[in-house]
Design a protein. Structure first.
Ligand code: ASP
Length: 721
């Protein structure tokens, strides 16, 4: 019965009180929850035009790109648009000092020149179903958490087994609203995805780290891929005779641009948000954990930056890795600042006070929900020391020291060898070898060694002693208590730091190679750190975290019941979502007003000849001088980027920005720094997403690169005329 009431509540909630722009909504529920508001904001479509299982709709043009970004189809020949930073790994893998696509860009001038990308895939959502009732069948309040999970797992398997689908389709089930609801997704995944075009980094990554997360922005952050299918238009592994995919729907492209207050819809796969954590958890994140991670990455970025500035090969080898490390580093800085600037903690505390007041007024609520917040606060307090150590260790051993990360991956194969025997081990080995070939291609031991020295100092000074591996302490003593000496000892003594030897031995006699590992100092450092951490940190962490999960689920349910006037959207979980808003400037600080659109003029203003971040290609400068914008300029100016109030997150990178009539007007790629805290605390005053104006994308493809064959595939429209 309780379940039933809960579901009704979700569906019947009145419109109001989430800010215009706030929310990442489930496409299936738009009609009940959002359609009216969207139309009042300027949308001319219906919910059915966005998501339908009966006819081609916008959702058929949207793909989950590689499982971590979004892409959209923009031609009837399966052409996909996504971000430059989403295709960055692929562009980099095809690059060498001779064919430097990162630096010079890449344009396939016909389909034969399009480049294959083993491992890359895109996934379509065929349909979505609310299966909450089936999944929670048999779940009662008196079940323990593990029994509850067993019932749910059994129900998920039953539902998956009974669902109607084609044999090339998959079924995913995901919890929503912290496990109070469940949705099912039937998906189709294509594995032959080829690189079609990418601008040089001086356009696609213009401004690099200095401009990342920053407005005003002037980055042409796009790249183009194409889906290939078999002759029946169905998913197939790469084959030379595969053909371009024919989509159910592709996005027409508007040449009319946007103006302030225009409606924008962003459709994509936001990765993860935590909007419903209590103030105590937010405090832990922004005031304790973020500073720890930032501090560690400060150190590794400094060392990587030094290498990239002085060594051309390091610039290529570290390009992708450095971007990944720097991206989150800068985001966390912005998040902590944004929460402070908008009084995020105080607002949460005020909401909690109101929650407590309402709960205390009603007997049933007081009984069910009265202790939730104090219990959650206590648990987050208990979690804190483990969360701190976990973040230190993750950052040190999994994220920033490559040798330890790779040793950790090799260790997984050691476990397979020990537990599953030689035959299974050998059958998995080609994957490891392929991975290691990629890894060592971009590995520079002396850079990594310096990072190791710096971060071992952090490990031994800042991780609480009981969470430290004795082996690392011994190494330190053996090296005369000198961190760089210790690094030298490990890297000189470790086979894993020598890629060619590792690959040769693995190909020759893998079992013999694995037998030597237990004495390898890098391998041993990793396993000792990780084993100690598993016992002393991860286990207690997980135990507390499970209790938190249970209470967060109840708290979510309670919030929805206690605040019936509020409209709740589920946290992002890498599933397809719609967020809608308007093109809007904002006031980041007192007396500063940001305009919503940037122009090519701003690129030229930022131009620093020869600079690693702000160089501008000669061709682009001459197009600017000649004001030669073709059909893509507006009033003699070339628009580059714009911002809106759409609620987005990582994973929305590459999402289309769509106008009120279903045409592509922009390409989402970032958020403004002041508002990166939207993952935990969306605030309409400063949260903005950043999009490339689609006309800038077309201008670069056509006028800059001369890849006019691609423009001919697209459907260009003038909705405002
Ligand atoms: N640029 C961001 C990212 O790649 C996208 C976002 O978080 O808004 O994570």
């Amino acid at each position: 019965m309780k379940q039933f009431i809960f579901l009704l509540l979700v569906v019947c909630l009145p419109l109001s009180t989430t800010f215009a722009g706030e929310g990442m909504w489930i496409p299936l529920l738009l009609q009940q929850l959002n359609e009216k508001e969207m139309q009042s904001m300027g949308m001319k479509m219906t919910a059915e035009d966005i998501y339908s299982v009966n006819k081609g709709s916008l959702k058929d043009a949207i793909v989950h790109f590689g499982g971590f970004c979004t892409g959209e189809i923009i031609s009837r020949e399966g052409l996909i648009l996504t971000n430059h930073h989403c295709g960055f790994g692929q562009i980099q893998r095809h690059s060498s000092l001779e064919n430097n696509y990162l630096e010079d860009g890449f344009w396939a001038m016909d389909q034969k020149e399009e480049l294959t990308n083993p491992g890359l895939f895109v996934t379509f959502i065929v349909r979505i179903e609310d299966i909450t009732a089936a999944i929670l069948e048999g779940v009662t309040d008196d079940l323990s958490e593990s029994d509850r999970q067993s019932v749910i797992d059994r129900n998920i398997n039953a539902v998956k087994g009974s669902i109607l689908r084609e044999e090339y389709q998959d079924v995913l089930v995901r919890p929503f609203y912290k496990g109070n609801q469940y949705f099912l997704f039937v998906t189709e995944t294509y594995n032959d995805i080829r690189l079609v075009g990418a601008p040089p980094s001086s356009i696609g990554k213009f401004g690099a780290d200095t401009d990342n997360w920053i407005w005003p922005r002037h980055t042409g952050d796009f790249s183009l891929f194409r889906i290939y299918a078999n002759k029946d238009n169905k998913p197939a592994e790469y084959a030379e005779d595969n053909v371009p995919y024919t989509p159910k729907h592709y996005l027409p492209i508007s040449l009319d641009g946007v103006a302030e207050n225009d409606f924008t819809l962003v459709f994509g796969f936001p990765g993860r948000t935590d909007e419903y954590i209590p103030a105590s958890a937010m405090d832990l994140r922004v005031n304790t954990l973020n500073p720890i991670r930032i501090g560690i990455r400060d150190k590794s970025l400094e060392i990587i930056g030094k290498a990239m500035r002085s060594r051309p090969e390091a610039r290529i080898q570290y390009a992708s890795k450095q971007s990944g490390i720097a991206n989150s580093w800068k985001k966390w800085i912005g998040e902590t600042q944004g929460v402070k600037a908008t009084g995020g903690l105080e607002k949460k505390r005020a909401l909690e006070a109101e929650f407590t007041k309402r709960v205390n007024k009603k007997k049933a609520w007081k009984k069910d929900y009265g202790l939730l917040l104090p219990q959650l606060n206590k648990l987050y307090g208990d979690l804190k020391p483990y969360a701190i150590s976990q973040d230190y260790i993750n950052e040190i051993s999994f994220r920033n020291i490559e040798l330890l990360r790779v040793a950790g991956i090799i260790n997984r194969y050691m476990v397979i060898l020990d537990n599953n025997g030689e035959e299974t081990f050998k059958s998995r080995l080609p994957r490891l070898i392929a991975y290691l070939e990629g890894f060592y291609k971009d590995y520079i031991p002396d850079v990594d060694q310096e990072i190791f020295g710096r971060l071992m100092e952090v490990y031994l000074k800042d991780v609480p002693k009981p969470h430290q591996a004795a082996y690392v302490q011994e190494l330190f003593e053996k090296s005369g208590s000198n961190y760089q000496q210790m690094a030298e000892m490990v890297y000189n003594g470790s086979l894993l730091a020598k890629g060619e030897k590792v690959l040769a031995q693995l190909n020759e006699d893998p079992i013999a190679f694995f037998k030597t590992l237990n004495d390898d100092p890098a391998y041993k450092t990793t396993t000792e750190i990780n084993n100690k951490s598993a016992e002393e940190v991860s286990q207690p962490y997980q135990k507390i975290d499970e209790e938190i999960e249970l209470l967060q689920r109840k708290y979510m349910q309670a919030l929805m019941e206690v605040f019936p006037e509020k409209r709740f959207y589920p946290d992002a979980n890498s599933t397809l979502r719609v967020s809608y808003g308007q093109v809007k400037g904002f006031e980041p600080r007192d007396a500063i007003q940001y305009q919503p659109v940037t122009y090519l003029k701003g690129v030229i203003e930022k131009y620093v000849p020869g600079d690693y971040e702000f160089d501008v290609p000669e061709k682009l400068r001459s197009l600017y001088e000649a004001k030669d914008y073709g059909a893509y300029g507006q009033d003699g100016k070339m628009p580059v980027c714009f911002i809106g109030s759409n609620h987005t997150s990582g994973g929305n990178s590459g999402s289309p920005a769509i106008d009120g009539s279903g045409n592509l007007v922009g390409l989402n790629f970032d958020r403004v720094w002041e508002g990166t805290m939207s993952d935990i605390n969306y605030d309409a005053s400063i949260c903005r997403n950043i999009m490339v104006d689609i006309r800038y994308v077309l201008f670069i493809i056509d006028k800059y690169a001369g890849a006019t064959r691609l423009i001919k595939e697209m459907k260009l429209v003038h909705p405002k005329k």
